[in-house]
Structure formats: C-alpha cells, structure tokens
Design a protein around this ligand. Structure first.
Ligand code: 2P0
Length: 321
C-alpha cells in the first residue's frame, strides 16, 4: 500500500530571496531555516489510468486555474525520471493560513516524497530535496528537521539542502503573530525577481548572506541563542530593505508589522528575549525562549487587539504515515 508523505513547514532565519535560474529555482545564495512542528502537509500519490493528473486539496478537486503549478510540476517530475504515469494527488494542508505560514514549502516537499514513494524511486534525502526544490525553493529545506541549510549550487544536481542539526537541544520557540486584516500580497516569486532586477543593494545582499550564514552556523554550534536571534532579525530586515529599495518600491509590511517590530525592541529593553523575522507577508514571527514566550505573547496581545498568536517548536524532517 502506498504511504502518505508528511512534510513540515520551515521558517528561514537566513532568507532565500532571488533566483539566478527561474526554471530550476537556483538561488543566488545559500539560506538557512528551522523546521517547525505544528504545521504540515500530508500527501498521497496514486497512479491512475488516465492521461491527465487530478489534484485534490483538502478533499476538494482543484480546477485547471488552481492546479496549474502542480500539473506543471508533475510534468517536470515525469521528464526527470522518464516515466509516463499520471496521478491522483490527495493533499491535506495542516498549515492554516491563520497561522501566518505559506504552505508551498511543506506542500512541494510532501508532493516530491509522495511521488518518490508511489513510483518506488528510492531517492536519497538529497535527491528528494532536489526534486522538492523544483516545485518551490523553500521546499528543498523541509526534507530535513531542525536547522537546515540549502546550498545554492550551480545546476540541478548541486542545489540541495543539507541538515545542520536535525534534533538540536536548544531552547528556541517561535511565536507567529498573525495580523488579521490582510491586504493583497505580491507573491514571493514576483517580489524576489523585482528585488534582484531593480534594487541597487542586491549585490550587497549576496555578500551579506554569505557572511551571515557562516556566523549563524557558528552560533548554532555554540547554542548561542542571542547571536542566533540577532543575526536572524538583521537578515530579515535586510531582505525587506531590498523590497523598499526596488524600483518601483514595494513592501510586505503593514502598519501593524512596524508596530510589532517596535514592541519587540521594547521587550528587549526590558531584558526579555525576543527577535523578529518576517517573510513575504505582513505577519511577524518572533524567536523566543521557552521562558520568554508567555511574556512576549502577553505583551503583544495587550498592545494589539486584532492579532492572533500561534506557537511552534522545532520539528522533524519528512515522514511517512
Ligand atoms: C524563505 N521565502 O527563505 C524566503 C523568505 C519568503 C521569504 O522561500 O518562487 O515559495 O516557489 O521558489 O519558496 C518563499 O518563496 O518561492 C520563500 P519559489 P518560495 O523562506
């Protein structure tokens, strides 16, 4: 019987922001993430007697406009491994949009693993990471648990994630602060492309990431929480500086995003451990310790009424259930 693949989402501490190859999703820089335990996607692939794939997401059949990206991906996978089978994909997302995380990382990671399982491709985790990357860049990292580095590479075979520490004994929790009023967002694919093409600071970003990756890996090895927090926050702010300095300028920040950044600075002044990281959206993820978590959540909820807080801890790599 075919097993269902389960992949967890991840949060980048050193962000992936810019591709040198759009088709293969080869990034300009390495990136580094933490896999989370609360949010995951379960995906099963069944071979069907048809010349078309069908995709069910959360038990609903997707129509042509909704599943285009997944169908293109399945075509790519067939080409890679030279087979002609078509699939019924059953995917259930346990990444509620209300938790403020994108589901493409866990989604394409679970899909790559589900196809590998059904077709008995016997892929190594490195090969799975490559396959997942072709669906969505950040999915390459969700193959592994804990701290994970995606090595940029220079072609399809050399761009994959590697585990840094899959079960780190480190006192880190993540508080996702979701801003309930949302404006329409620019997809990360488009946002990063505009940043690469038009921000005068893009070459500096590449240099910065190279040094911050080295520094954060050292901090992880030394379990230096404060350093991990400082580097992560600086890296996230630098990524968002690329959007502001693009032409035309754009931002993922909402007014509440700035407010939360200020609150985090106030918390630090009070001696409470809290550092911000922000992806391609207005929500703020706060890196906390187990001790600071409740204090941080209480402070944020006191100051802001229309936000939802969700807690996640360090999570595992790909699993089969
Ligand atoms: C990251 N993000 O490292 C960065 C930080 C968002 C901000 O990876 O175009 O959905 O499918 O490769 O993986 C989101 O981008 O983009 C992302 P594609 P993806 O997590």
């Amino acid at each position: 019987m075919t097993r269902t693949a389960r992949a967890y989402t991840n949060i980048a501490l050193i962000k992936y922001w810019g591709k040198k190859d759009q088709q293969l999703k080869l990034p300009y820089t390495n990136s580094l993430s933490l896999t989370l335990d609360r949010f995951y996607t379960d995906t099963k692939a069944t071979i069907i007697d048809s010349d078309q794939d069908v995709v069910y997401l959360n038990n609903k059949l997707l129509d042509a406009s909704q599943n285009k990206r997944i169908l293109n991906y399945l075509t790519t996978v067939r080409k890679f491994y030279s087979f002609n089978d078509h699939f019924q994909i059953d995917s259930v997302n346990h990444v509620p949009t209300s938790a403020g995380f994108a589901s493409s990382a866990s989604g394409f990671s679970a899909l790559a693993a589900a196809i590998s399982e059904t077709k008995q491709l016997n892929l190594s985790r490195r090969e799975l990471s490559i396959l997942a990357r072709n669906g969505s860049g950040s999915a390459s990292r969700s193959i592994y648990g804990g701290f994970v580095e995606w090595q940029a590479g220079h072609d399809n075979e050399s761009s994959f994630a590697v585990p840094i520490d899959e079960t780190p004994e480190i006192d880190l929790s993540l508080l996702s602060v979701v801003i309930n009023k949302h404006s329409k967002k620019i997809s990360s694919t488009v946002g990063m492309e505009n940043s690469v093409k038009t921000s005068p600071f893009y070459p500096n970003w590449v240099t910065l990431v190279t040094s911050e990756i080295k520094e954060i890996k050292q901090a992880i090895a030394q379990k230096d929480l404060q350093k991990i927090g400082e580097i992560s926050e600086h890296n996230a702010m630098s990524m968002h500086a690329l959007t502001l300095s693009a032409d035309p300028s754009f931002t993922y920040f909402a007014p509440e995003t700035i407010r939360i950044i200020q609150l985090i600075q106030e918390l630090r002044q009070k001696g409470i451990f809290a550092y911000a990281t922000i992806d391609a959206g207005p929500n703020v993820k706060i890196i906390c310790t187990k001790e600071s978590l409740a204090l941080v959540q209480e402070y944020i909820e006191q100051q802001l009424s229309d936000v939802t807080c969700v807690v996640a801890n360090i999570g595992p790599g790909i699993q089969y259930v």
